[in-house]
Design a protein around this ligand. Structure first.
Ligand code: ATP
Length: 230
């Protein structure tokens, strides 16, 4: 689904990614881990085409994205859910939901979204600001499921949420996996990541420092904890 080879990207003159190599297979849930400032968010943003200055090869379902703007990358079936969630305060839940255009057949209808997220239906008329952090995160995810994107880039979905809500986000990701979506996520909460992802990349100074499968979490525990500073 996604291939990234030797990805380098800059903010102005500052090099932020220094040769990232990774791949995500169709239907996989893959997580980027690493310390603050390592380059995880920048990797998602570069894949979405949000960093103009980038080099290397990124392909989505075999199609190279070199030189493409974010809207063209969205047309390849990719959606990005940023850490700050991007919920519009002055719009209702439903208006936020309806905002992004449906780009592909197969996106969830509003009715299907309300079946999956009944709390959003209960809050459909509430302005974005009235939603709790957890509800905002659900809305941010629901909104991209409507577009029909099949590759979801999720940045720190659990940031700032209470443990019980983190659990709900975990259930949402399970639902997303069961429906065959592909997910590349950034996560600081290692325990949460370990419970939802199939594979992991540790990013360090703009490069992949290590890569492991869920099955290796125990066998390589000391190495992984050292890398993440746990
Ligand atoms: P965090 O969890 O803190 O967000 P991260 O691994 O996601 O960490 P990035 O946000 O990708 O890290 O940042 C990678 C590097 O790029 C850091 O050195 C950061 O200071 C720098 N950087 C991030 N955003 C910008 C920006 N808008 N302008 C300039 N430099 C930036």
């Amino acid at each position: 689904m996604l291939q990234v080879q030797n990805l380098r990207a800059w903010y102005g003159e500052t090099l932020a990614l220094d040769g990232i190599d990774l791949h995500v297979g169709e239907g996989e849930v893959v997580c980027l881990l690493g310390r603050n400032g390592a380059g995880k968010t920048t990797t998602l943003r570069a894949i979405m085409g949000l960093l103009k200055k980038r080099e290397g090869r990124i392909s989505i379902q075999g199609k190279p994205t070199e030189g493409l703007p974010p809207e063209a990358i969205a047309h390849l079936g990719v959606a990005y859910c940023p850490e700050e969630r991007g919920i519009f305060a002055s719009l209702s839940t439903e208006e936020n939901l309806m905002l992004p255009p449906v780009l592909h057949p197969g996106g969830l209808t509003v009715e299907e979204i309300y079946q999956v997220f009944p709390n959003l239906q209960a809050r459909r008329k509430s302005p974005g600001t009235r939603l709790s952090g957890g509800e905002q995160q659900m809305l941010a995810i629901a909104r991209i499921l409507r577009t029909g994107a099949r590759l979801l880039l999720l940045d720190e979905a659990t940031e700032g949420l209470a443990p019980v809500i983190v659990q709900k986000i975990g259930q949402t990701l399970e639902m997303i996996r069961a429906r065959g979506y592909t997910v590349l996520m950034v996560e600081q909460n290692f325990r949460f990541a370990a419970s939802v992802a199939d594979r992991f990349y540790v990013i360090e100074e703009g490069r992949v420092a290590s890569h492991f499968h869920r099955a290796e979490l125990e066998t390589r525990r000391d190495e992984i904890e050292a890398l993440l500073g746990l």
